[in-house]
Write a protein that binds this ligand. Structure first.
Ligand code: C5P
Length: 240
């Protein structure tokens, strides 16, 4: 059995700790997220190692800068042949198109737009002078991503339904902010449980600390899914 729609976030400062989790989880998990912390410490070396273990890689660098700078950074990232690469939709149309124009250079990497981080809620947006609701802005950014030829977005599972309605069912929605019932939210705000995310139609769920900070990661992963929903999970796993 494997959790093919679960992506584990390897938020570590060194390769050894990251690879230990990969080893602990074994065949249960085939997809790993390399984010800023690990990429800043290991660079492309961790991507090579994960690929040599036959794991899929989500390179979550959330690129955001002027179009020319992001395009050049994305061009380098595409050479790593990762499965997913993130850029911030808030960088705007020109920046998004500067990246998607590179899609002709890759058969593999899907370009995914980050909408509104799951660590933000409406109060945080108001503080930035953005006076719209989370659904309104996530809808708008998802539509922009689709219009600029991105392959999907990162959003909270709470937003999957309307993103799919606007952008179509094949437009990927990847959902972090997953927490077991009664688990601390840490710095996340728009959280749901793994079972809820599945029921809401997420294509992939991203799980970090709930699994990686456990001394028994396999057990922690299994326990994210309530026993009654194990069948739902395997049906969901087999969808794609
Ligand atoms: O530990 P936790 O499960 O909160 O980790 C979530 C992971 O998903 C982190 O690596 C974080 O960078 C990432 N992420 C997120 N919200 C987004 C995009 C990515 O939490 N909108």
């Amino acid at each position: 059995m494997s959790f093919d729609k679960v992506i584990i976030a390897l938020d570590f400062s060194n390769e050894a700790d990251a690879l230990k989790i990969v080893d602990d989880l074994g065949e249960l998990v085939n997809f790993y997220k390399v984010g800023l912390e690990l990429f800043c410490s290991s660079g492309p070396s961790i991507i090579k190692k994960l690929k040599s273990l036959d794991k899929k890689v989500f390179l979550d660098l959330k690129l955001h800068d002027i179009p020319n700078t992001v395009q050049k950074a994305a061009k380098v990232c595409l050479k790593y042949d990762v499965d997913l690469l993130t850029i911030h939709t808030i960088g705007g149309k020109k920046m998004l198109e500067a990246v998607t124009t590179l899609k002709k250079e890759t058969n593999k990497t899907k370009i995914i737009g980050v909408t509104i981080l799951t660590s933000l809620n409406e109060d945080d947006l108001n503080e930035l002078g953005i006076n719209v609701s989370i659904p309104q802005i996530v809808k708008r950014l998802s539509f922009l991503a689709k219009d600029c030829n991105l392959d999907g977005v990162v959003a909270s599972a709470q937003e999957v339904k309307f993103i799919k309605e606007i952008c179509g069912k094949d437009f990927l929605v990847i959902t972090p902010g997953i927490r077991p019932h009664n688990h601390s939210k840490n710095d996340q705000k728009r959280t749901v449980t793994a079972d809820e995310a599945i029921a809401m139609g997420a294509d992939f769920i991203v799980v970090g600390r709930a699994v990686t900070s456990s001394s028994t990661p396999k057990k922690a992963l299994m326990s994210l899914f309530a026993p009654k929903d194990k069948n739902v999970h395997s049906a969901w796993n087999q969808q794609k």
